[in-house]
Write a protein that binds this ligand. Sequence first.
Ligand SMILES: [Zn+2]
Ligand SMILES: [Zn+2]
Length: 642
Amino acid sequence: MLLDEHTQPANLDTISKSQKEKGLMLHNVVYGQLKKWQPISKLLPRFVPVLDHGPEQRSESMNHSLVQNLLQMGWCIHHATRICRKQNTSVLRYLAGIKRTDVVGVSHDACSEQTCVAYHARIDDSYTVRHVQADCNCEFLTVPKDIVHRIAHGGGIPLVHPWTTPDGTIRLEVIEAIGSDRYIAISHVWADGLGNPTSNSLPRCQLQRLTRLLTKISDDLESGHGRHVLRVKKMWRSLIRKRAPLLFWMDTLCIPVGPNSEIARRRAIQRMALIYAGADGVLVLDHEHRFVDRRVESKEKLYARMLISKWNTRCWTLQEAVLARKLFWEFGQEIEILQPANMSSISRHSPAASQLISPGDGISQLLIKAVKAQVRTSDPGAVLVKSKKIGRLSLLNAEINFLGVWNELGQRSTTKINDIHVMLANLTDFSAGQIMAIPSQVERTKVMFFCHGSFPLDIMWNEGIRPDAGEDNANRWIPAIPGPEPLEDSTNILFTDVGLVFEPGLGPLPPQILVVERDPYSPYICLQYDDGPNQQWLRVECREVPDDKIQREMYHGSCYIIRGENAARFLIVNQQIPWHPQSDTLLLRYDCAASVRSVSKLALDGMAMPIVTANSQVAGRKIVIEHQQNSDTIAKIVRRSK
Ligand SMILES: [Zn+2]
Ligand SMILES: [Zn+2]
């Protein structure tokens, strides 16, 4: 879903106890066994990074040709590149047989390998709400807006009850959810035209379509998924039991919009994790699936379509997928169910062999495993990460969980980057209210990293938005939001009271550290250093930001931390030269990210760039990267599993 700029949840302190209890009551009933108040984080299924099954080792040219195959079928370059990184060759060859169709008006021409911008719907008057058929002109049906507003303002959850009058007219009622209500939450990508930025309404034809789909889901749920239950038994049930009313939640209808709705809207958004977790299931709508006939299409092709759906490429839908108890996918007029594995039963055993990719897997098994891993409903990693006390994470696991969410969100797209920390908090150990009460994105990221204690070194050269990169302060390295490249370096940086610390000599693959005493601070530079008896040369390209306020000449040299072709340049803050016998610490300020290439002496002649001598003898020195602590903020934020 998409949200506008009024999406920051209020500080938790502003929500009354009764509001909290109301929300939790629903949750408690949903989860049945709770005797006392527990924070939601302890109950929700955990997001975990996929223990990647694929891809196999592939050559660059092979990768290129697989991506090209997908592009020819109408894929977005970002999505094609991303899926090639994750899936094995037989899955990719299968996927390349599926022609992609986007909703009219959507184009991937402006997308890049790093990001897709095609589904960034404009949430203003120019947004087009779509009818089921392009030539339809039916009227819009509005939910009772004042009731939605009142419920949301009071911290409750509005649910829509659609019903049809004897003359076939559809009506929308709104009720406030109570614990025993069973409902379906609807999840969609706004670019498909099912949003509405100006009114809690949708065209009648779309509501008829939704009601039909929801009725099918309700039939399935009533009959224990229909397929295994005799028709007679189904009829008997319907005779002896009054059918539960059809209820659903959808952002377009249930999050107040319009003037004077800011507070109610903010509260409604704060409830979203709870709404998706408390629903019987989530109905996934993708325009591309509307014209697929589920009865004709093979099972594996349906799984393939779930796997490649644009629904998997958006940030908000990650939260909705992770929290869902079941996913109901629309295909044509029919529903296909994706049933998550029973996490609590799995957690008592070692990884189920059936969940790991095995050599004998046919394409159908490969696809179902891939799609379940994609939507995180069944993931062998969960078994490893979940500790024995259900839902509580050890420190290490909390960190793996956080990194998994960080990396996944970095590869997805959202129209409003301001929403990212809400999702990051909801899917990890933080309270979205507390995190969003911090005004700047940089500070939010910093606090979350700090609470985890450590993070991989590659954050220093990871591509991403660094709002403070041009400021002369210690926050220069901090990304506002996750970048497109996953963090996976084996060296960790630790947050300590003195700064960000890492021991260059530790770990199986220590990064290379080169110190330059008189650095001309050129964006292009060649570093010459001794590697044992041999001389080596590195061509370095520093990604300096324009109009940088830092005064490099005030520092005492520079330090390059290098991992393969990636690096970051730091400026030396302490006065003593680092290889001085009395100096055991190198205090650094982050300068910028860089790219590195090893070159031969011969190649140097053709390069018009300064060649400087670098010293690699810093082993044993502690490296401390300056860090501006904001202890007031950090003291207030406590990870929930602590
Ligand atoms: Zn795209
Ligand atoms: Zn219509």
